[in-house]
Write a protein that binds this ligand. Structure first.
Ligand SMILES: Nc1ncnc2c1ncn2[C@@H]1O[C@H](COP(=O)(O)OP(=O)(O)OP(=O)(O)O)[C@@H](O)[C@H]1O
Ligand SMILES: [Mg+2]
Length: 244
């Protein structure tokens, strides 16, 4: 049998995912897929469960039930370590050392070549800060160091939790361009945001509310289905529809 081209295979398959946090069903039973070769936007208001879902995909979330499969393996399998890049919502980088030393450290952990450090720094536009201690960076710059770490070794799946928060519009556009290029090369990207207008840059959308999916669609499909002109209005229309 011939393999389906990139873009048609699913990098992530989630079936009936149930997560309980502090005694509350944060994700009561969620099912969805994330295809390769595409940018999938995970959108939803604060507290809707975006970070929890991403944590389950990278295998750091205690799960009460359901199945999360990543690149054909159970989420969190050791063999996935260098095939999945994860950018947490709060940058997880070492403050006291330089940007380049952070990247060198993580590239050694992942076993990638030293050239990777320069490559990812340039992708996130931080070349000039290579020698700067992370503590001296702004919040947005620090989060880009975190993004650079996620890009090390060109993982097949990138799970990026609010990667564009705190960035100016120019940089934001550049990062979305980067995500699109990575998707063209076959990478699967799952990118969360609570900024609904970023949805337009995604190939597919997962609209989350209170731990449940309100919709899974393309941006255009969502707008035409709800008769709206922007994703924020579409979201509100779907909420109203669900309450009827
Ligand atoms: N460390 C934690 N311990 C217990 N409950 C948590 C923890 N972190 C989040 N929660 C709860 O899980 C629910 C979903 O949180 P989550 O962080 O997944 O939302 P989110 O959609 O990522 O929100 P945001 O847009 O603010 O980042 C919230 O009700 C939150 O209170
Ligand atoms: Mg979050």
């Amino acid at each position: 049998m011939t393999e389906a081209p990139a873009g048609q295979r699913d990098a992530v398959v989630i079936d009936g995912l149930h997560v309980v946090r502090r005694g509350r069903d944060v994700l009561p039973g969620l099912s969805c897929t994330v295809p390769e070769g595409a940018v999938t936007g995970l959108l939803g208001p604060s507290g809707s469960g975006k970070s929890t879902l991403m944590r389950a995909v990278v295998g750091v979330q205690r799960v009460a039930g359901g199945r999360v499969e990543v690149l054909g393996e159970p989420a969190g399998s050791p063999s996935l370590r260098d095939r999945v890049g994860y950018m947490t919502q709060s940058p997880s980088v070492y403050g006291g050392i330089t940007v380049a030393d952070n990247l060198r450290f993580f590239s050694r952990v992942l076993g990638c070549s030293a050239d990777e450090v320069d490559r990812v720094l340039s992708l996130v536009d931080l070349d000039r800060y290579a020698g700067t201690p992370v503590d001296h960076l702004s919040g947005g710059e620090r989060s880009r160091v975190s993004l650079a770490i996620a890009l090390l070794g060109s993982p097949r799946l990138l799970v990026l939790d609010e990667p564009t928060v705190g960035l100016d519009p120019v940089l934001r556009v550049r990062l979305w361009d980067l995500f699109a290029r990575l998707a063209e090369d076959g990478t699967a990207l799952l990118v969360s945001s609570h900024v609904m207008d970023e949805a337009q840059r995604c190939d597919g959308l997962l609209l989350l509310r209170d731990g449940a999916l309100l919709a899974t669609d393309t941006p255009a499909g969502l707008l035409s289905r709800t008769g709206t002109t922007d994703v924020e209005a579409a979201f509100l229309a779907l909420v109203a529809e669900a309450q009827r």
